[in-house]
Each structure stands twice: as C-alpha cells, then as structure tokens.
Design a protein around this ligand. Sequence first.
Ligand code: 8DG
Length: 164
Amino acid sequence: MPPPGLAGNLKEFEAGGSGDWFPSAEIRYYTNVFVVQDDKILLGYKKRGLGIHKYNGFGGKVEPNESTLDAALRELKEEAGITAPLTHAGTLLFVVPGEKWAHIDIFRAEEYTGVVTESDEMRPKWFDTTDIPFDQMWDEDRYWLPLLLSKQSFSGRADFEREG
Ligand SMILES: Nc1nc2c([nH]c(=O)n2[C@H]2C[C@H](O)[C@@H](COP(=O)(O)OP(=O)(O)OP(=O)(O)O)O2)c(=O)[nH]1
C-alpha cells in the first residue's frame, strides 16, 4: 500500500523501494493528538517508552479491531485524562531501517472536557504556540506542526538513520 496522501507515480514504492528510499516493511499504526486553544498548545513530556524525555502530542498504538479515531480518543483519555472532539490534521510515515514502519494519524482538538491530568506515561504542559520546544521534540516535528497550527492538511514521510 502506498503512503496515504502521496500521489503520483508510485511504481518504485510498490516494487519495494530503491535508490535512496529504504525498502518497504510491515506497517504499525499510531495516533497523536494536539489540543490547541487560542495561542496555547498542550504537549506531554514522555516519561517512558518510545520518545522518552521528549515533548509530544498524546497518542500510541492503534489496537487490533480499533478505529484510528477510537484509538486517538482512548490514548488522549489514558495519557491526559481528557476527552475532545477530534479533527484529522495529517498523516505521517516514519521509516527506520530494520524496523516496522510507523504510520501516524495526527489529530487536532480546539476544545476538551475533563481535567488535564498527569499519567504514568505523560506529564502535560501548556506552551505558547510561539514558543514550542522543538529542540525537545522529535526532529521532524518542526516541519509539520506549523501546518497543524495553521489548519493546513498535510502528509509526509521521514526517513531516519538509526541512532548512533
Ligand atoms: N511527533 C512525533 N511522534 C512520533 C514520532 N514517532 C513516533 O512513534 N511518534 C509517536 C506516535 C505515538 O503517539 C507515540 C509512540 O507510541 P507509544 O509507543 O507510546 O505507544 P503506546 O502508548 O501504545 O505504548 P505502550 O502503552 O505500549 O507503552 O510516539 C515522531 O517522529 N514524531
């Protein structure tokens, strides 16, 4: 399956990739939710697991037989203690050699219900949208988070080299 949102001649991709692209692999599905209110954005400091010690939206793996939207709502509740009407903002594909590809559906919310609460996994914190801590986030977030903030739909792919 070609990466969603990437139109055009995908013959190379369907053939398994070549040249500078890593070959295709099994895909794992994730979600990520950003709550934006006026000039503030809610991020979570990841306390354990993938992306530890980085700020990110709230999210995780989509479980079998669960829709992406249901997974996003579940993770937002588990990790930040809140519920929110979600709008799909964009889709990203992250590729690391030797690992399953990560397909991430990103959602935006402009209101929420409940009380923002720290969880075992995330410590929530509000930031000014003009002062987002990109140096403490995943490297490529700086490219697409501005699109989420300006409500422009996006799709993209990032190829990482293995750390070290
Ligand atoms: N912003 C951003 N988020 C990313 C990147 N790569 C990546 O996996 N993520 C997100 C997707 C998920 O929201 C989160 C990783 O999910 P997770 O491993 O914590 O999943 P989980 O909560 O189901 O984990 P667990 O309960 O099994 O520990 O990190 C990236 O490059 N940028």
